[in-house]
Design a protein around this ligand. Structure first.
Ligand SMILES: [Mg+2]
Length: 375
């Protein structure tokens, strides 16, 4: 720990102050002295998540996802966090490590100073939302553990109102699609990735096996609004619940037109990163897809959720391919959303954590404190 003379004097003064209080009031003094001397310590390690299947969406395919696992330790209690970096988002283990090296939590005396701490972390630079989320999640976990309460309770959300989660079926050959649908038997809602020239074939293949509700994610794959509306009308006759990011996010006028004319809700994902984007999405989309890795974590996600609700917009909580750490953190918000897509950990084969469960397709929160990880 580096400390210049001025800081040293400041800390010394505080400890002396704590002792002085302790001299008169015995019960409180121990905590005072302890807090003055305690610092939050942030550590991290890179981890490679292996995926069960090759994962294909409209723009790319891959078999692994790099993540960074973080820890914040304070007075012997550890909070866990995570950054997930699918390559198309522009972050890597290197960029996250560079960012985390700049974070100095030792300047804060109290983890409950969450607004100030996370505003500071956000102010370090404009990007690195996943790196910021890894600090945010670990801090929330730490605070919840100190309070001995899970975050859904701290926020006052009703555990019984968690939604079903969809299970993602990537773009693939009919044989593999049929196999994946069988593996997804437990799930009540399937999420289907579209946006290539096999869209109708994908849906028909799934419909040849099951009638369960489908939600569709086009990942900006349709470029023409009339074509998009034609597809949506076709999907509407096949028990599809909503369409996510049908067109490129830059085509704002086309998307507004589509939302106005579509029989199904149109949800923005790539268009909506942070809280400012919720205001911009109003009137363009029917709803938003909140993801911790896009919005810097639980603090801003909860604000986005409440803002979207007050604007009468639909809310979905989504994820990247990530471990049970970030999934359990996101799930704390799930009692308040219309739809959840929290299957990122289920697509992997080497999840190092145990957290929330999916039982009969429904998100089931644990009562472990913080973000709900079994420690
Ligand atoms: Mg999406």
């Amino acid at each position: 720990m580096k400390q210049n003379r001025r800081d040293f004097i400041k800390t010394g003064g505080l400890i002396a102050g704590g002792l002085a209080v302790g001299f008169h009031t015995n019960g409180i003094s121990k905590n005072f002295i302890k807090n003055f001397g305690s610092k939050m310590k942030l550590t991290y390690r890179p981890f490679t998540l292996e995926m069960k299947h090759v994962f294909t969406v409209a723009v790319h395919s891959r078999t692994t996802t790099p993540v960074m696992l973080t820890e914040i330790e304070f007075e012997g209690t550890k909070g866990y966090g995570e950054a997930s970096m699918p390559p198309y988002l522009g972050e890597s283990q290197e960029s996250v490590a560079t960012f985390l090296n700049k974070v100095n939590l030792e300047q804060f005396k109290d983890p409950f100073d969450l607004e100030n701490i996370l505003s500071y972390v956000d102010s370090i630079n404009k990007k690195n939302t996943a790196a910021k989320a890894s600090v945010d999640i670990a801090l929330h976990d730490l605070i919840g553990k100190i309070m001995k309460q899970p975050w859904y309770k701290i926020w006052g959300y009703d555990k019984t109102k968690t939604p079903y989660t969809s299970f993602t079926i990537g773009i693939d050959t009919p044989d593999v699609v049929r196999q994946k649908v069988k593996e997804a038997e437990e799930f009540k809602v399937l999420k289907v990735k579209l946006g290539r020239d096999t869209d109708k074939e994908m849906i028909q293949t799934i419909r040849s096996i099951t009638d369960k509700p489908i939600v569709v994610d086009v990942n900006q794959g349709w470029k023409n609004k009339e074509f998009a509306l034609e597809m949506i009308n076709w999907l509407n006759e096949r028990n599809v619940e909503f369409v996510e990011q049908p067109m490129p996010k830059e085509q704002v006028d086309d998307i507004s037109w589509l939302t106005e004319n579509s029989p199904l809700p149109i949800i923005g994902d790539e268009s909506i990163q942070r809280i400012d984007d919720v205001v911009k999405a109003y009137g363009v989309y029917s709803g938003i897809n909140i993801k911790l890795m896009k919005c810097t974590g639980m603090r801003e996600a909860n604000k986005m959720l409440n803002l979207a609700r007050s604007l009468n917009m639909k809310v979905m909580i989504g994820c990247m391919v990530e471990t049970s750490c970030a999934i359990s953190a996101a799930a704390q918000l799930s009692p308040m959303v219309d739809w959840a897509d929290l299957d990122g950990n289920l697509l992997t084969s080497n999840d190092p954590y145990e957290g929330i469960k999916v039982i009969d397709g429904k998100v089931v929160l644990t009562d472990y404190p913080g973000i709900g990880l079994k420690s």
